[in-house]
Ligand binder design. Structure first.
Ligand code: SF4
Length: 343
């Protein structure tokens, strides 16, 4: 099977059984933000593509339908339903959250109740910002990562969270003047973006999240969609065309046409969308069902491939090159079918 097809099939399953007997060359990665917040993940390289999957350590699921990692002596295969889905996969080091990057979540409390996000229902044990700065600088100094990205929950106001990100960016910049730094805030105030740019951030991710305003009102009722779109335009002016990206979550009841209309709207502004499959887990299932009035529909592999091909055409039409990002998800590529990198 071609690596992109195997990756799509793996993303559709979202989780993999990694039996405790398998010795891994790198520690598992722990996510603290978004739908994967609080879960443990593994990065697996299939051919030239990389996929991030949530990890189960005990075989309490039906192994005939789930994914499992199998192997010994350094050779690992991904198995699905008793058959090999991908041979000779390699475990990649997770950096700090993403291969090659220190991608940290500054605040793990959030006052906004987006239904897909685990932060509001699962506040972890957040570190103080000063401690994060030391960890990031240490990882850069040791050569474990060569790029930095910062996201955050919003415990108080968006502007205050942006000031905290800016402080961390400045503190990294003092010792590492040329390291690429991506920031992923939530703000509808252009002044916050200017402050982040002044602090030394080089790339911006500001998430539109949902394909339509109607879905957004149900899933992220406290976020300001028009304000996000205005600030994405401002972000392109401040950071540059092709240096701004935005998550669009698939599986919230949108049609392909609605998703691609949103992707085109962003592309016209110079924003490179990340088409992100919804991940449903024990923490976000209830909030999602209440918000959507029914079961959420994470996309299957075929839909992901179809949307990614269309996304690639949109990028080509608008001269967007996701491969030029030095930070965040267009660099990492492990959660999505990434145009150009994967197909
Ligand atoms: S694609 Fe983005 S969210 Fe997924 S692991 Fe990589 S950096 Fe994290």
């Amino acid at each position: 099977m071609r690596p992109a097809l195997a990756k799509a099939a793996a993303l559709e399953m979202a989780r993999i059984l990694v039996p405790r007997g398998i010795r891994l060359p790198f520690p598992l990665s722990r996510s603290s933000a978004g739908p994967g917040g609080g879960t443990t993940s593994i990065f697996l390289q299939i051919g030239e593509t990389t996929v991030r999957l949530e990890v189960e350590r005990d075989a309490d699921r039906d192994r005939r339908t789930g994914l499992a990692l199998r192997g010994s002596g350094g050779r690992l295969d991904i198995i699905r339903g008793g058959r090999v889905l991908a041979r000779d996969v390699r475990v990649r080091g997770a950096g700090l959250h993403a291969p090659g990057q220190a991608f940290i979540n500054l605040h793990d409390r959030c006052r906004f109740g987006c239904a897909f996000c685990n932060l509001p229902v699962s506040p972890g044990k957040g570190l103080p910002a000063r401690r994060w700065a030391a960890i990031v600088r240490g990882a850069l100094a040791a050569g474990k990562v060569d790029a930095v990205a910062v996201t955050t929950g919003i415990p108080d106001t968006p502007s205050r969270a942006c000031r905290d990100i800016a402080r961390l960016v400045r503190s990294v910049r003092r010792d590492f003047p040329s390291v690429p730094v991506g920031v992923e805030p939530y703000t509808v105030d252009e002044g916050d973006l200017r402050a982040l740019r002044r602090a030394g951030a080089t790339e911006l991710k500001l998430n539109i999240q949902c394909a339509t305003g109607a879905i957004m009102r149900r899933v992220c009722p406290e976020l300001d969609r028009d304000g996000i779109l205005e600030n994405l335009e401002a972000g392109v002016r401040l950071f540059g065309r092709g240096r701004v990206c935005s998550n669009l979550i698939i599986g919230l009841g949108e049609t392909d046409a609605q998703a691609l209309r949103a992707a085109r709207l962003l592309a016209r502004m110079g924003v490179a969308v990340n088409i992100r499959p919804l991940r449903v887990n024990a923490l976000n299932r209830g909030p999602l069902e209440r918000a959507l009035g029914g079961r959420p529909g994470p996309p299957d592999g075929r839909r992901l491939l179809r949307l990614s091909r269309a996304q690639k055409r949109i990028f080509l039409e608008h001269g967007l090159e996701p491969g030029s990002f030095r930070t965040m998800c267009h660099r990492c590529t492990a959660c999505d079918i990434e145009p150009f990198a994967d197909l």
